[in-house]
Ligand binder design. Structure first.
Ligand SMILES: *Cc1c(COP(=O)(O)O)cnc(C)c1O
Length: 343
């Protein structure tokens, strides 16, 4: 890939980008894909492309990486935060409660790779005529009823940063949709709001994708199903080995999760983390602070977020990636059991 890109010298938006966009839209079962320079850009440009801005409200979850709320706020719109369910995803009843005359979109996040209760959101979307934007940054490869994450709403946004399921060797993101007019606005917004490289139709920033990253992503897409399968098997082994009271909510019928993370819900989390670390096991909390409790968002509208407040203190992600062995999964599971036996 490197030599090919060096040879043709079109470092940004070269043919690798177009080939990647073709492959990615096919994978997601969508008509159009625009490659961009990050998942944050993908969210921001998609919302901007929907003409969302000052005076508008966008409903979203309270538990996500802060990029979700930031993308809304950077358009000038106000994020409105909802409670979550035990599967860590936005609660549709909470979302419906928060709808006002100003609501312009519902930004759902398929958190940890688990598909949001999408049937409920589609019916809310139809009932109120409010489009759904999917933050699928953690859900590449997750499937529900044979449809991929990112293919349910009006527009789907992805991150391919090095932590994600499909990962570049740097920053990368993508936007998918079936709406040609939206796609065309997104393509303009991706580069300073210009059409034909000269005429500017709307102020915007630069969010283009590098040819090198696109070429790497194209190569990695070939092996990604195999990788996802391994990770899913790792998750299933944890499901068997760990105490039922701490494992993630089971997959629904017709749901296949790509397990961006395997997130358990535990008591005495900080002590457990410390103990596991002393056993040589790295764990992570994604994320420590609810978005609505971050300083810039303290005054934004929010529903009663009791469940989110309770759960955010308990979540802990344990190693599930494709390189971990069965023995290591047994070791992690036994170490967790050992900790709770001690206390
Ligand atoms: C990673 C992530 C993003 C942002 O993606 P970047 O490529 O890092 O900008 C947005 N939303 C969620 C849920 C994420 O996990």
């Amino acid at each position: 890939v490197f030599n090919r890109v060096m040879d043709h010298g079109q470092f940004i938006m070269g043919r690798e980008v177009h080939d990647f966009e073709d492959a990615f839209s096919k994978y997601c079962g969508r008509r159009y894909c625009a490659g961009v320079d990050s998942g944050t850009s993908a969210l921001f440009i998609a919302l901007q492309g929907m003409n969302i801005g000052p005076g508008d409200e966008v409903i979203t979850t309270s538990l996500s990486w802060i990029a979700t709320a930031n993308a809304i706020a950077m358009t000038g719109a106000t994020p409105v935060f909802c409670d979550i369910k035990d599967d860590l995803n936005i609660n549709p009843e909470s979302a419906e409660r928060m709808i006002t005359k100003k609501t312009r979109a519902i930004l759902i996040v398929h958190y940890t790779g688990r598909i949001v209760d999408i049937d409920a959101f589609i019916s809310i979307s139809e009932k109120y005529g409010i489009p759904i934007v999917e933050d699928s940054a953690q859900a590449f490869g997750s499937i529900y009823r044979e449809k991929a994450a990112g293919s349910f709403g009006y527009v789907g946004c992805f991150s391919m940063n090095p932590m994600k399921v499909l990962s570049a060797c740097g920053e990368a993101g993508a936007i998918v949709t079936d709406d040609l007019a939206l796609y065309q606005r997104i393509v303009a917004l991706r580069y300073n709001g210009t059409v034909n490289k000269e005429i500017c139709i709307q102020p915007s920033l630069n969010g283009r994708l590098d040819s090198l990253q696109a070429g790497i992503l194209l190569e990695r897409m070939k092996g990604v199903s195999k990788k996802i399968k391994k990770v899913r098997n790792n998750a299933y082994l944890y499901n068997q080995l760990l105490n039922k009271s701490i494992i993630p909510a089971p997959e629904r019928k017709d749901e296949k999760i790509s397990f961006y993370s395997y997130t358990i819900q535990v008591e005495k989390r900080e002590e457990l983390m410390e103990f596991l670390s002393s056993e040589g096991i790295e764990t992570k909390v994604q994320h420590l602070i609810l978005m609505c409790e971050q300083k810039p968002y303290l005054n934004c509208p929010k529903d009663n977020i009791q469940n989110a407040k309770r759960i955010v203190k308990k979540i802990l992600s344990i190693p599930v990636n494709e390189t971990i062995t069965k023995d290591q999964i047994h070791y992690v599971s036994e170490s967790i059991a050992k900790f709770y036996k001690k206390c």
